[in-house]
Each structure stands twice: as C-alpha cells, then as structure tokens.
Design a protein around this ligand. Structure first.
Ligand SMILES: O=C(O)CCC(=O)C(=O)O
Length: 296
C-alpha cells in the first residue's frame, strides 16, 4: 500500500513494520493518522523509534484510536489507571507478558490494541515477539478451519499475586469468545485462543478441548508467523490484539526495563458467517480509502 505521509518498512513479510518520519509527541495531521491506522491494519504491529512522548501525549495518541481500557489489576502511573506501568527490575519476581497472550482476552470486550512506550531498556535482551493470528488460521487445513469456526472458548484471568501488593482495579474477568474471530476492520478471520487466558473449548469434552488447545497453542508459535523486536530507549510498539499474540522475553535480569502502556478499548469478538479469507487482502477497508470515498 502506498503511503504519502509516513514511511513504512516491513520487518517480515508476515507481521510487523517500522514507521519512519513520525513524531508521536507532536500533533498528527488527520492524513498521517489515517495512514498509521492503515499501516497498522496491514502489518498488525507497528514500531516507532526514538520517540520522546510525554505520558499526556501517549494518552492523547491512544485516544485517537478510541476510549482507553483499564487493566483489571496492573499498577499504573500518575494516578491514572489508563497509564499502565511495565517494569521489570532486579527485584522482580516475574515479567509481565512472559507467556503468549492477547491482552486481557478474558474481558467481554477485549482491548483492540495496545501502545507500549519503553523509557529504559536493558543493555542487551528484553525483546518482544508477536505472532500473526490471521496467518496461523490460514495455515490450517480447510477441514480444521471449518471445525474451529463452530467452536467457542472460555477465557479467564486470575491475576492473584501477579502484580505484588497492588490491589486490583476490578473483578478478574471471564468471557466466552469464538475460537475464530472476524476482524471488524479488515473482515479477515483470525485464531483467537491463547495459552495465558483460554481455558476450555465449550463444545468439546475436557480431554478433547485440552488436546485441541494444546495443538493450537503449539501451532501459533511457529516462527513463520512471528516477528521479533529489539527495543531502544524511546521505542514504541503498537499491536492489534484482534489478530496477534505476543510474548515479552525476560533474559536481562538484573537490569531494568520499564515504560508505560496505553490500551484501547475494543468490542465483543464475533465470527462473520461465510467470509472468504482467500480474497481477504483485496477486501481490507482502509481508513484512507473510506475518507477519500467520503471526500475527506
Ligand atoms: O513488555 C513488553 O514488551 C510487552 C508486555 C506485555 O506482554 C503486555 O504489555 O501485554
């Protein structure tokens, strides 16, 4: 897709792109914002380097995509629960996001996207991996795709002890979602199960559910679906939780890695009957196209 207001450099053919020529701390024109949104829909995860955003600018950038989401239990900064703290240091007992997941998928309306800005990075390591769930779905045989499209799964999150003494913001979420979801913007189908929060496939017996989930959790980890990002201080990553999963590697103890995360509210996952993924690429609705059609 041609871009006129930003430069987009894909990281792999399947997922991830670095965006150049944008200062996320400065006011973004509507045209540049629309192209960022289009690039996001095309590449699922975007990276921006050397960004000097303040927390207020970070919040403002997040709000361009929709109302902000509040994590059920994570600590936050500046008295604002929309500003989640990501920090692992010498004293940490665990690392946030060290298993594959899609953010807070146990919410009835899981967040559509997440924007993480790292302020301090370790001298080595601390990479994050993302996997493309359209590609994971499309790599399955049509017979298995057809079965999965008839199934729903229970998601549940239990954050007890995960964030130390920080008191939770609300009750731990639980929800039932389709195993395959239609992305509301691209209309493409994506696998929507993850090993952190998906507990049980409802229509199967316990052991059938366990075996099928284990197969899918293994399948989504194939390197062909992934990209891996090496952070610098000031890097920003924004990922679409509707079509990706991610994992943050903790290989830098005792060094510190810290930053702030803003998360955008999403809607209830659904599966659109009969959508044809074979032409999905041609049917991507871009924000720029929509604006041009509307004369904008
Ligand atoms: O620290 C990271 O790179 C990602 C952390 C994570 O998994 C999350 O914020 O959901």
């Amino acid at each position: 897709m041609p871009y006129r207001h930003i430069a987009v450099e894909p990281l792999t053919p399947t997922i991830g792109a670095t965006v150049h020529g944008v200062d996320l701390g400065a006011p973004l024109s509507e045209a540049a914002f629309r192209e960022i949104h289009d690039a996001w829909m095309e590449h699922c995860v975007l990276f921006f380097r050397d960004q000097a955003m303040t927390p207020e600018q970070h919040l403002a950038f997040g709000r361009r995509f929709g109302p902000l989401h509040i994590h059920p239990a994570a600590p936050y900064a500046h008295g604002n629960p929309e500003l989640m703290v990501i920090e692992t240091n010498r004293d940490s007992k665990r690392n946030n996001g060290s298993a594959w997941h899609s953010d807070v998928s146990a919410d009835e309306e899981p967040p559509l996207g997440t924007i993480l800005h790292l302020h301090e990075v370790p001298p080595q390591g601390g990479d994050t991996l993302w996997a493309n769930m359209y590609a994971a779905y499309e790599a399955l045989s049509p017979s298995l795709q057809a079965l999965l499209e008839r199934l729903t799964a229970q998601h549940a999150a239990d954050y007890t002890g995960v964030y130390g003494d920080h008191p939770p913001q609300r009750e731990f979420p639980r929800a039932v979602h389709p195993v395959v979801r239609t992305h509301p913007v691209t209309r493409r189908k994506a696998l929507f199960v993850n090993s952190s929060f998906t507990k049980r496939i409802q229509e199967l017996s316990v052991h059938e559910s366990r075996d099928l989930l284990d197969f899918l959790f293994e399948h989504v980890k194939h390197p062909a679906f992934q990209c891996r990002f090496h952070w610098g201080a000031g890097s920003v990553a924004m990922w679409d939780n509707r079509c990706t999963q991610h994992l943050a590697v903790w290989d830098y103890h005792p060094d510190t890695r810290r930053g702030l995360r803003v998360t955008v509210q999403g809607d209830r996952p659904f599966l659109e009957a009969g959508a044809d993924t074979s032409t999905a690429g041609a049917r991507v609705h871009t924000a720029t196209e929509a604006a041009e059609a509307a004369g904008g």
